[in-house]
Design a protein around this ligand. Structure first.
Ligand code: GUN
Length: 291
């Protein structure tokens, strides 16, 4: 078993970006600027956005955090996005999800200027990704592809089983892994809550991407010897012994699955940091494309 160390790989990407940003600054060019909108004060969202802002600081990017009340109207939120769309200093915009129930996530995502859609959620970005055209790729699947690339994990001809069909992770992941560049060239099975015989399908997998959001769902008896395990889950479960009152659990039962795996991502320190590194790469690209 070998660890796919997302923390280390993400640091390497951020170090590279930091050098590129410093170079741009030396040449008198604009430095990348990420604007994040956070609606309400969901604990996990607060943590994720804070981590994104911190990554900007570490890499020499400019960042703006726009905080809006949980009861803000959809119209006001769309207005805030329009303001960032037209601000020439802002290169990338993200609206942290989930949003309060009274706001349509689809409407919000579609309002972001596709040229600033560093989360890669806009239908235009998704369409281009499906066609294999250059675009912003959603940060989590993009981060996973970068991690596989960094560790030279062989994917060609392998059977990848993706568990979870979210627009943010599962669906784009299945498309990227089945793509005709490397990493990729996998035969992909996309599983979800209505999949019959999930265990049997998982047992045929050379690569499992667990992105369903159920802690420790993937057990040792679902995994073939030598499989590559990518754990996207980060559920907070209560742990009174910790100062925070919770610990993070992945979708994979790490203790029992890891001895069977060839490669595995830990939680935390696997996919999470790669998501942020991928977002930074997208933001750099957004800046470089226009400036
Ligand atoms: N919520 C969970 N993951 C993400 C993400 O990658 N981007 C945004 N904006 N919200 C999220």
């Amino acid at each position: 078993m070998q660890i796919l160390d997302g923390k280390k790989a993400a640091q390497a990407i951020k170090d590279e970006l930091k050098i590129s940003v410093a170079q741009r600054a030396n040449e008198g060019k604009k430095i990348p600027h990420l604007a994040a909108i956070l609606v309400g004060n969901n604990g996990a969202s607060e943590t994720y956005v804070a981590a994104k802002v911190k990554a900007c600081e570490e890499t020499g990017f400019k960042s703006t955090l726009v905080r809006l009340e949980a009861d803000i109207s959809e119209y006001k939120l769309l207005e805030a996005i329009e303001e960032l769309n037209t601000d020439p200093d802002v290169d990338g915009i993200l609206v942290q999800l989930p949003l309060p129930k009274h706001i349509s996530e689809k409407k919000v995502i579609s309002t972001i200027d596709p040229g600033k859609d560093v989360d890669g959620f806009h239908p235009m970005s998704v369409g281009k990704m499906v066609e294999g055209l250059p675009t912003f790729i959603a940060a989590t699947p993009y981060g996973i592809m970068l991690l596989l690339e960094q560790y030279k994990v062989e994917t060609k001809g392998k059977h990848a089983v993706v568990i979870g069909r979210s627009n943010i992770v599962g669906r784009p992941m299945s498309i990227l892994l089945s793509g005709n560049s490397n990493p990729g060239n996998c035969t992909v099975t996309l599983c979800h809550s209505h999949t019959a015989n999930l265990k049997e399908i998982c047992l045929q997998a050379d690569i499992i991407v667990a992105a369903l959001g159920i802690p420790e769902f993937v057990k040792a008896d679902m995994v073939k010897d030598g499989a590559v395990i990518i754990d996207v889950g980060i559920t907070r479960v209560s742990d009174p012994s910790r100062k925070s009152g919770f610990k993070l659990k992945g979708d994979v039962a790490f203790e029992e699955v890891s001895p069977k795996s060839s490669w595995i991502t830990p939680v935390p320190g696997g996919v999470g940091p790669m998501t942020i590194a991928a977002l930074m790469k997208n933001t750099y690209l957004a800046c470089e494309t226009k400036n």
